[in-house]
Design a protein around this ligand. Structure first.
Ligand SMILES: Nc1nc2c(c(=O)[nH]1)N[C@H]1C(S)=C(S)[C@@H](COP(=O)(O)O)O[C@H]1N2
Ligand SMILES: [Mo]
Length: 361
């Protein structure tokens, strides 16, 4: 009898204690204890930022929008295809509800709980349906994809952000005119280099912070960074992530934009160039390897870089020696790498060794 009674007291105490623990744990979030038992937490919120005031939308509210159900093909980074059906709400409906139109935005940044983020450019916003998916094949999406996964049919899986926690509305993503081109090949020689573990290799990397400091680019001026890779892949990255990252300058896939705590899907391999503010850092080596017509190198590169047209250009080498050239001289110039691995520029029988910089005057 006594035994039974003390058991009861202990049980009650345990229930009360457990309840307190449960309550204590959840009081910081918006969850109520009952919600802990359901597999899709409808009270999870997604923040919509970049507006005058941040908005929040819960999964429950997302589910209240008209749903779309569609068969999609996901192509992963290795090219493998997977077909499945997703159900979710359209971002355009949610934006309309906030008096915004998807087609007229400059861009959005999708931010995940694991640190992954990707910018969706305006051409995709104009063209595509963007689904906030909460079901896959008739079941709630995997726990690690919750609260919702973005699905953009017919766009690469890079944009299919799982575990979405924030959508940032980007106000201005237009890149400025470029007035300075800096050749990474030469610039990296002047920067501190450190060992960097890349899968099974130990290569060398520089800190982006050092690169920016060397060229007096204030971190506050780095809003976004635009990358282009050797395979034609183009991508923008948030400035604050860029400032804290590295560029691996030797070995496989170099130059690679990366950081130890950055999700691997955000790495940009084989960089052709990256632009910040009015400066472009360009890999002479990758340009040489990717341009079929070496003679038109400067013409081609400068035109797709959005390089400021000017009558005169200033060419600077690693020692700080400068030379003024006309635009026709520059357009006739050719770059090459000599057997000492120096990047050189030749025009009119003149050679600039260890080419560092070209600036429009
Ligand atoms: N939250 C989150 N979503 C993400 C990523 C990530 O690292 N984190 N990687 C993206 C990239 S680069 C790809 S290729 C696909 C990979 O999808 P999979 O893991 O289902 O193959 O997810 C995308 N969504
Ligand atoms: Mo990827």
């Amino acid at each position: 009898m006594l035994k039974k009674k003390s058991f009861k007291i202990i049980s009650i105490a345990f229930v009360v204690l457990f309840g307190l623990i449960l309550f204590g744990c959840t009081s910081e979030s918006t969850n109520t204890p009952q919600d802990l038992s359901v597999s899709t937490n409808n009270n999870d919120t997604i923040i919509i930022s970049g507006l005058k005031q941040n908005k929040k939308i819960t999964v429950k509210e997302i589910m209240d929008f008209n749903s779309v159900t569609t068969d999609v093909t996901a192509v992963d980074s290795s090219g493998k295809e997977e077909n499945y059906q997703v159900k979710g709400a359209l971002l355009s409906d949610i934006l309309n509800h906030l008096s915004l139109s998807q087609e007229s935005l400059n861009g959005i940044r999708l931010i995940a709980g694991d640190g992954y983020q990707v910018e969706v450019p305006s051409d995709i916003l104009k063209l595509r349906d963007i689904i906030l998916a909460y079901e896959k094949n008739g079941k709630p999406i995997d726990e690690n994809s919750q609260p919702v996964q973005i699905v953009i049919p017919d766009e690469r899986a890079m944009y299919w952000v799982r575990n979405l926690i924030e959508i940032e509305i980007l106000q201005n993503t237009q890149s400025e005119n470029i007035s300075t081109v800096i050749f990474m090949d030469t610039a990296f020689k002047q920067l501190p280099q450190e060992d960097y573990k890349y899968f099974d290799d130990i290569d060398l990397a520089i800190k982006v912070e050092d690169l920016l400091k060397q060229y007096s680019i204030a971190p506050s001026d780095v809003q976004t960074v635009s990358f282009k890779a050797s395979d034609g892949f183009e991508k923008n990255e948030a400035g604050d992530a860029f400032i804290k990252s590295f560029i691996k300058i030797t070995g496989k896939d170099a130059p690679v934009f990366l950081a130890p705590n950055m999700p691997k899907g955000m790495y940009v391999k084989n960089i052709l160039f990256c632009s910040v503010s009015n400066t472009t850092f360009i890999s002479g080596e990758n340009i040489i390897n990717s341009e079929t017509n070496q003679d038109d190198f400067i013409k081609n590169v400068l035109s797709y870089l959005n390089f400021e047209k000017s009558k005169m250009y200033l060419i600077t080498d690693i020692d700080g020696n400068s030379l003024e050239v006309t635009s026709s001289e520059l357009e006739s110039a050719v770059i090459f790498i000599n057997n000492k691995k120096e990047l050189n520029l030749t025009f009119n029988n003149q050679t600039v060794k260890n080419l560092l910089m070209i600036q429009s005057q």
